[in-house]
Design a protein around this ligand. Structure first.
Ligand code: GDP
Length: 485
């Protein structure tokens, strides 16, 4: 019955969307990616570029002058927070610091007045929906029992390199008796230690991606609620929880998590997207080693699986606007010399290749790009001994350090980022082939993880300064170019 009500709600919602779309062509663009992938920076740069005259030579409608104007409008969904564009922009441009990252869903509406190639004036409404990619990884939970999920999470946490991050949580787990009376304090501690473990896995050095339940690290407005306070127990996969037990309490909360968190998200937000960009910090995974790359691969496959599921019901094919374009983007390409941008793209292409092959008959067009939404570096040839090396220049953020040197946030340094390999395959095939991002000269300092400050913008005459980027226009062309033709 619950499913029927849900389907009815979905089709009603879809009809409304359809009606709106008929009179006012609207594209709902989902922007997602795991935490720190670059969603906030991407959306801020995209809006700034479109509203303030960015340089987008590859975005055809824009470059040919057919876009008369793009402006922000009140966003349509009253229950969704607005993307804090103005704050983010102020941080980036005036304070030259990176804006606060995505922690919840948010939305913004951009209205684009343009001219069709035949001269007719039209308007396209672009609703940009920003949400944590972690939430998508929850979809498989809907088909799992608490016991199955527990068993899987435990098995995963006993593998390297996760095992030693889980020590404290495992120690606490060993003291818990699943059949004992339900116990709020024990549950709170278990949930906290389990969350700490998940967070440690996400740490830069490990950069693990596959960590459901997604809200544990990205709680949004549900932080601290019972539906988010549970953890795995060492219980048999086919077992049955005794009434009133700790185990039964965990089961109840796990089910609540599915009902109040996972289902509503997919129904109210995910199912309504038309286009999707999935951002990935492939460079960070690459730098952490093959486990992190495999992990990213699995996470991206999990994300892509979500895009297949929405197509399976008759209702969805009749009414629901369906995602028909998905772009995977490797972000922060400005950490590399331009000669490596195609190679970064190749790494990401390889990471999604298997998942894409599985998703081929869904009809969605899928592409891959390496980009920097905001380019924080410049390129130069820098003398190194007798050689001239292709380098990147950037201002490391205050407090960053490399090779024993601390930066004050105002000093530009040259780094030799090294080349990515031509063939990404060996990176995925075990430790021996993996060398990380080699530095050209035998640099002792490790500049790879340096966080650069956003660039200083030069004003040209009276014009607003624009934000430099790498291939943001290519992303735009793929995502909405056809809607402006
Ligand atoms: P979110 O969690 O997906 O919203 O990620 P953010 O957009 O907040 O980005 C996380 C961090 O990645 C930022 O604070 C920056 O340090 C870095 N970053 C994101 N985009 C870029 C980019 O285009 N260039 C550079 N150099 N750094 C970026």
């Amino acid at each position: 019955f619950q499913d029927m009500v849900e389907e009815a709600r979905l089709s009603a919602r879809a009809l409304i969307d359809y009606g709106e779309h008929f009179f006012n062509p609207t594209v709902r663009l989902g922007v997602t990616g795991l935490s720190r992938a670059g969603k906030t920076v991407f959306i801020t740069a995209l809006i700034h570029g479109l509203t303030r005259g960015g340089r987008f030579p590859v975005f055809e409608a824009y470059a040919s002058g057919r876009i008369a104007r793009a402006h922000l409008a009140p966003q349509p969904d009253d229950a969704v927070p607005r993307f804090a564009y103005e704050n983010h922009l102020r941080a980036l441009v005036e304070e030259r610091r990176w804006p606060n990252s995505t922690v919840d869903i948010s939305e913004l509406r951009l209205v684009i007045d343009y001219q069709r190639p035949n001269g007719a004036d039209r308007t396209l409404t672009l609703d940009i929906v920003d949400y944590p990619g972690e939430w998508l990884l929850d979809l498989p939970l809907l088909q799992k029992s608490y016991e199955q999920w527990s068993a899987e999470s435990l098995a995963l946490s006993r593998e390297a390199p996760r095992a030693h991050l889980a020590t404290e949580w495992h120690a606490h787990l060993a003291t818990l008796k699943p059949g004992a009376r339900e116990d709020e304090q024990a549950t709170l501690t278990a949930a906290k230690l389990f969350t700490d473990y998940l967070r440690a896995c996400r740490d830069e050095r490990f950069a693990m991606s596959l960590l459901p339940p997604g809200r544990f690290l990205m709680p949004g407005n549900l932080a601290g609620s019972p539906a988010l306070t549970f953890a795995p127990l060492d219980v048999p996969a086919g077992g049955q929880a005794p009434e009133g037990s700790l185990w039964a309490m965990m089961v109840r909360r796990f089910e609540a998590y599915k009902d109040v968190v996972v289902r509503p998200f997919f129904r109210d937000h995910f199912a309504r997207l038309d286009r999707q960009i999935v951002l990935a910090d492939a460079l960070a995974a690459f730098n952490s080693g093959p486990e992190a790359l495999h992990d990213l691969e699995a996470a991206l496959a999990g994300i892509l699986d979500c895009f297949n599921i929405g197509r399976s019901t008759i209702l969805s094919s009749l009414f629901r606007p369906r995602i028909d374009r998905i772009l995977f983007a490797a972000t922060k390409a400005d950490h590399l010399h331009h000669s490596s941008h195609d190679r970064l793209e190749a790494v990401l292409r390889r990471a999604v290749s298997r998942a894409v092959a599985r998703a081929e008959d869904t009809g969605a067009a899928i592409d891959v790009v390496a980009l920097a939404a905001v380019r924080a570096t410049r390129e130069a040839q820098v003398a190194h001994g007798r050689d001239k090396l292709p380098s990147i220049l950037g201002t490391p953020a205050a407090g960053e350090s490399a090779g024993g040197e601390f930066f004050d946030g105002n000093t530009e340094v040259a780094t030799f980022p090294g080349d990515l390999p031509l063939d990404p395959e060996p990176l995925f095939n075990g430790r021996d082939a993996f060398q990380g991002l080699s530095t050209h000269a035998a640099e002792k300092s490790d500049f790879r993880f340096l966080r650069f400050r956003p660039p200083k913008l030069e004003r040209e005459g009276a014009d607003e300064p624009t934000l430099p980027h790498i291939r943001l226009d290519r992303a735009l062309q793929f995502l909405i170019g056809d809607k402006l033709a």
